[in-house]
Design a protein around this ligand. Structure first.
Ligand code: UDP
Ligand code: MG
Length: 245
C-alpha cells in the first residue's frame, strides 16, 4: 500500500464509449494500492455524452469533474486538472487506457528513487507498441520526433508524447503554471521546461496499445504541433518561462 496521496488527471474529449468503464478500472486499482488518492476528470468540450457519463459515475465513485465548455485541447485540460490537484504525486493518463494504470507501480519506484518526473516511453529498450497503426501516423510521429529534437534540442528524452506522466508535486507545480501550449505539443513543452529547470527526468518503457481511434486530426494537428514547437522557442526567448514567485 502506498502512503503518499496521488492525484490522477484524465483528459476527456468525446470518450463516451469507454470512459465509465475505464475510470472504474482506475478507481479499482487506486483503491487497492493507495491509502489516499483523487481522480480528476477534465471534460474538454465533448460533443457526445462524456459529461453525462462522468456525472453518473459520480454517484458510484468519488470523482472530481472539471468541465471545460469548449474544446481547447489536451494540453489545456491536463494543465487545468493538475493545477486543481493536491496529491504529493501527480499524474495524467489518457482516457483510452492505451497505457494501463497498472504500469504505475514501476513509475512510483523511480519517483522514490529521486526522479522529479517519470514518463512513459515507447522508445527506450523494452518499450513496445501493439497496434495496427495507420501508415501516415507513423510518418507523422517520426517526422515530429526529428523536428522536435532539432527545435527544442532535448535529444536526451527519446519519446515526449506518451499520455502517461508522473510527477513529484513540486516538479508539477514548477512546470504546469508555465504551460502555454493547448494541444498535443504540450508534452514537448513539459520536457523543455523540465530540461530548463534541471528536473531529474526518467523515461520508462511501456507497452502501448492504442485503439485505432484517435482525436489527432491528420492535416491540422501536425501543422499546429510544428507551430507550437516554435512557440516554445519564442516563449523562451521572450522570458515567458521565468518562474514567478
Ligand atoms: N483529448 C483531449 N482534448 C482533445 C483531444 C484529446 O482532452 O482535443 C484527450 C483524449 O480524450 C485522450 C487523450 O487526450 O484522453 C489522448 O487523445 P487520443 O487518445 O485521441 O490521442 P492519441 O492516443 O491518438 O495520441
Ligand atoms: Mg489514444
Amino acid at each position: 500500500m502506498n502512503s503518499e496521496k496521488i492525484s490522477v488527471v484524465i483528459p476527456c474529449f468525446n470518450e463516451e464509449r469507454n470512459i465509465a468503464s475505464n475510470i472504474r478500472k482506475i478507481f479499482s486499482y487506486l483503491e487497492i494500492n493507495f491509502e489516499n488518492f483523487e481522480i480528476i476528470a477534465v471534460n474538454d468540450g465533448s460533443t457526445d455524452k462524456t459529461i453525462e457519463e462522468l456525472k453518473n459515475l459520480q454517484n458510484e465513485i468519488p470523482l472530481t469533474i472539471i468541465d471545460n465548455f469548449e474544446n481547447e485541447g489536451k494540453g489545456k485540460v491536463v494543465r487545468d486538472g493538475i493545477l486543481k490537484s493536491n496529491g504529493e504525486i501527480v499524474m495524467f493518463l489518457d482516457a483510452d487506457l492505451a497505457i494501463p494504470v497498472e504500469e504505475l507501480e514501476k513509475f512510483l519506484v523511480e519517483i522514490r528513487n529521486g526522479y522529479d518526473l517519470v514518463i512513459a516511453s515507447r522508445l527506450v529498450p523494452g518499450g513496445k507498441v501493439i497496434q495496427k497503426v495507420l501508415w501516415y501516423r507513423i510518418i507523422m510521429e517520426k517526422a515530429f520526433r526529428v523536428i522536435r529534437t532539432i527545435i527544442i534540442n532535448n535529444y536526451k528524452v527519446k519519446d515526449t508524447q506518451c499520455g502517461f506522466k508522473v510527477f513529484k508535486r513540486e516538479a508539477a507545480m514548477k512546470i504546469f503554471p508555465l504551460i502555454t501550449i493547448k494541444r498535443f505539443a504540450f508534452d514537448s513543452e513539459i520536457i523543455f521546461l523540465a530540461g530548463k529547470y534541471k528536473l531529474k527526468t526518467k523515461e520508462l518503457p511501456i507497452t502501448l496499445q492504442n485503439p485505432i481511434r484517435s482525436h489527432i486530426r491528420i492535416f491540422r494537428d501536425p501543422f499546429n504541433m510544428l507551430c507550437d514547437l516554435f512557440k516554445i522557442r519564442i516563449n523562451d526567448a521572450k522570458l515567458k518561462y521565468r518562474i514567478r514567485k
